[in-house]
Design a protein around this ligand. Structure first.
Ligand SMILES: [Zn+2]
Length: 341
């Protein structure tokens, strides 16, 4: 009996402590951002009215991320979950289900300009150019994703299966799309916290102006790069939107996901293409192993021109701690390698 009472007393002390803790932060929206770039946008829009938890942190690779128990807890307690969508976060669905969250899951690419997954064209446009518009659509048939339902991700990964879909998820590499992400974040914050809506809208507008300045800078810098020096090699197809918006050509041995390794045939085809297209520079990415890029650099005689930040920011002390710094860093790194060589 006394044991029971002691237990009850302990429980009520814990409950009080928790109540006090949540009262302290009750003012702020609890926001979960799926990866570092979205967290930066959310910080700019939310300011000090939001507490942000980032799932895939600096230099992390969301394509292959394995959630931790703390992630399920954060999603479970969130008021809003901000995600990229377009199957970028392969871990998301299971995490959301496991967390039991009631929070809205907001896909920030909604309403943006979305590009198709050009992976198969990319990888085969040389050796199969003679066949014309051969799109390999059968490999991305609608039924494919269902093959893996009920299978664990680990199992699917071990067999190198593709999970990516019909669209290229790296939409943030277009600054115009980044503005759409920011608008969607402001709308989501307004819906969850009407009292802060004016602040969110003002923050989004001020940040949007910085993004427009950034876009002008990117266009001006690309204009300084001669047309015949605009082919760039990276490790995976993360820069399709940058290519589409700003007119550089990106080639990569790996497709739009880092989940499956490049085949020897993909690498050989890329090396042939690099020699024929006279690629101007080659870069490693912050989220991937540099070995394959070093091999291609050796075989083509290109010198690795630095690190591009593709799918994640750097940590605070790095050169790409914010989205704007990331885009500037990538731009100056490309320009330096191309014009310096
Ligand atoms: Zn990627």
């Amino acid at each position: 009996m006394s044991h029971m009472m002691k237990l009850a007393a302990t429980v009520s002390v814990l409950t009080l402590a928790q109540a006090a803790f949540s009262a302290a932060s009750a003012e702020n929206l609890k926001v979960v951002a799926s990866f570092s770039i979205i967290a930066d946008f959310a910080k700019n829009v939310g300011g000090n009215r939001v507490d942000i938890t980032t799932l895939v942190g600096p230099n992390g690779d969301a394509h292959v991320y394995e959630p931790k128990p703390a992630d399920a807890a954060a999603v479970g307690e969130a008021d809003i979950v901000l995600v990229n969508g377009l199957q970028f976060e392969g871990f998301l669905q299971r995490l959301v289900e496991a967390s039991g969250t009631k929070a809205p899951i907001v896909e920030l690419t909604k309403g943006g300009e979305v590009l198709p997954n050009a992976e198969e064209e990319h990888h085969h446009d040389h050796d199969e150019a003679a066949e014309g518009e051969h799109e390999h659509e059968h490999e991305h048939a609608a039924g494919e994703d269902h093959d893996h339902e009920g299978e664990s991700h680990e199992h699917a990964d071990a067999h190198g299966h593709h999970h990516h879909g019909e669209f290229d998820p790296h939409a943030w590499q277009s600054v115009h799309n980044a503005e759409v992400y920011v608008k969607n974040i402001a709308d989501a914050f307004c819906a969850a916290d009407a009292a802060g809506c004016d602040t969110y809208k003002a923050n989004a507008e001020a940040y949007g102006e910085q993004l427009e300045t950034l876009e002008t800078e990117i266009e001006a810098t690309i204009a300084e790069i001669p047309e015949d020096k605009r082919t760039i090699i990276t490790s995976h197809d993360a820069f399709g939107y940058f290519q589409h918006e700003y007119g550089l050509k990106f080639l990569a041995p790996e497709g739009i996901s880092t989940e499956s390794e490049a085949s020897a045939a993909d690498v050989a085809a890329l090396i042939t293409q690099v020699k024929e297209d006279k690629a101007a520079a080659i870069f490693v990415e912050n989220i991937t192993n540099p070995r394959l890029i070093e091999q291609i650099a050796n075989e083509t005689g290109l010198k690795v021109g630095g690190t591009l930040y593709s799918d994640a920011l750097s940590d605070e002390s790095g050169p790409a701690a914010t989205y704007i710094d990331m885009m500037r860093h990538n731009l100056t790194t490309i320009k330096g390698a191309v014009l310096g060589s």
